[in-house]
Ligand binder design. Structure first.
Ligand code: FNR
Length: 410
């Protein structure tokens, strides 16, 4: 094969970490700190990733495995790989195509996305722009009327599973966000404007939606704070005036502080499809969700280390929850998944599948939908290669027996 050197066409980044570095260069501090930051000292952010590194995989040879089966069933849907997109609010800070791009990228990879309550496009817009039925994440904000209305909208738009996030009774102490000016409510100040102006490519990437949606914007401008520049930016980020986010923003909180298990039982009654509780780290809570509320499953998650710092890494919390409810509920994990081998490890420890958050946002920030699709392809290729090298016929075979013991491991 002839070797040609084309300086104009550098090889695309080959790993999630390489996409991360590229995204960092594209985004102004404000957006970057929001996307990549976490609570307090980032202990949990870092342990989410480091936790995977403590495990070792078993390698069998001469097994003849060449094309391992990567398909799995997640939240009632057959997916091409056991990886789906976690909900992320204000994805429009990464790229104007935001949730629509992310959800389409998931479809291209044969999987699904969970749309955030704090999405940049309304749940109806995302449903219209995509082929498959996706899943909806619920922040139980406000009161039962509001939550009930949002659940009804999600059902009417065709979302098939509900993920109720329960780990935000108050927003975590994200000092990076605060220092960079990502406060709520949003106001546009000269320093912030200066910060954003340092990344003209980003301004273009975020504000392009405003031009595309100009008619819609003018129609609605009179109604809301969008009459101001700050309002315009907020709507560029948060989309076409989703009631949910407006309400959450006004209250500067995403969850009723006094939310209780009875409220969750009420939500269970409102939603007939599969329901998952996201943000559980304690086996007692997992048992409550499954046995008392009738949740179909749990997402073991610490919100990507953005809430309580120094709580357990997701991968470290997983085994006890699997031991407690794994025989009667679906257990998923998110937090710190950056490699195909991380996915393997989570599945060995009993997760049915995993969700990724920041990785696909890196993809969006660099290249919109195509970037999100490349990230999922990186995961798919890494997962496939890892299974071939392990000699494992498919993700359905992974269990603890595929973890190798190191000398000194108990
Ligand atoms: C989030 N996460 C989140 N979770 C949720 O239930 N609703 C939301 O609106 C958001 N918003 C959000 C924004 C951003 C920028 C990030 C990074 C994360 C948490 C998310 O669903 C998931 O739990 C973590 O992102 C998983 O960790 P990793 O994959 O980012 O390490």
């Amino acid at each position: 094969m002839a070797f040609t050197l084309r300086l104009s066409d550098p090889a695309p980044p080959v790993s999630v970490e390489a996409w991360r570095r590229l995204a960092r260069r594209r985004l102004p501090d404000l957006a970057w700190n929001y996307l990549d930051g976490g609570a307090d000292d980032l202990v949990t952010v870092n342990e989410n990733m480091a936790g995977f590194l403590r495990h070792r995989l078993r390698q069998r040879c001469l097994t003849g495995v060449r094309a391992p089966d990567l398909s799995a069933t997640m939240a009632g849907e057959r997916v091409a790989l056991p990886i789906a997109l976690a909900p992320t609010g204000a994805a429009g800070l990464s790229h104007w195509t935001a949730d629509v791009a992310a959800t389409r990228a998931a479809e291209r990879a044969g999987t699904r996305a969970v749309l955030s309550t704090a999405s940049s496009y309304t749940l109806e817009e995302v449903a219209e722009a995509t082929e498959q039925n996706h899943w909806f994440q619920l922040y139980p904000f406000g009161n039962r009327d509001k939550v009930g209305a949002l659940i009804a909208r999600a059902r009417a738009a065709g979302y098939t599973a509900l993920f109720v996030t329960v780990d935000v009774p108050v927003v975590g102490n994200r000092e990076g966000e605060r220092t960079a000016g990502m406060t709520q409510p949003w106001t546009l100040t000269p320093p912030r404007l200066l910060n954003m102006a340092r990344r003209p490519g980003w301004l273009h990437a975020v504000f392009r939606r405003r031009r595309v949606a100009a008619v819609h914007y003018v129609e609605r401008a009179a109604e809301a704070k969008a009459a101001t520049l700050a309002g315009g930016l907020r709507r560029a980020i948060h989309g076409a005036g989703d009631d949910a986010i407006a309400s959450a923003e006004n209250q500067a909180r995403y969850m009723q502080g006094d939310l209780h298990w009875d409220d969750l039982a009420w939500m269970r009654d409102q939603w007939q499809g599969p329901l998952y509780v996201k943000g559980v780290l304690d086996p007692d809570d997992a048992a409550q969700a499954v046995d008392r509320i009738g949740a179909d499953g749990i997402v073991v998650s610490n919100h990507g280390g953005r809430q309580l710092d120094r709580t357990l890494a997701a991968i470290d919390a997983l085994p006890a929850i699997v031991a407690r409810v794994g025989d009667r509920a679906e257990v998923y994990l998110d937090g710190g998944v950056r490699r195909g081998t991380d996915v393997v490890t989570a599945l060995c420890l009993g997760a049915r599948g995993v969700f990724i958050g920041r990785p696909y946002l890196y993809g969006l920030a660099v290249a919109g939908e195509a970037g999100g699709a490349v990230i999922l392809e990186i995961f798919r290729a890494e997962l496939e290669r890892a299974l071939v090298l392990m000699g494992c016929p498919g993700v359905g075979s992974l269990d603890r027996s595929w973890l190798a013991q190191r000398p000194g491991d108990t």
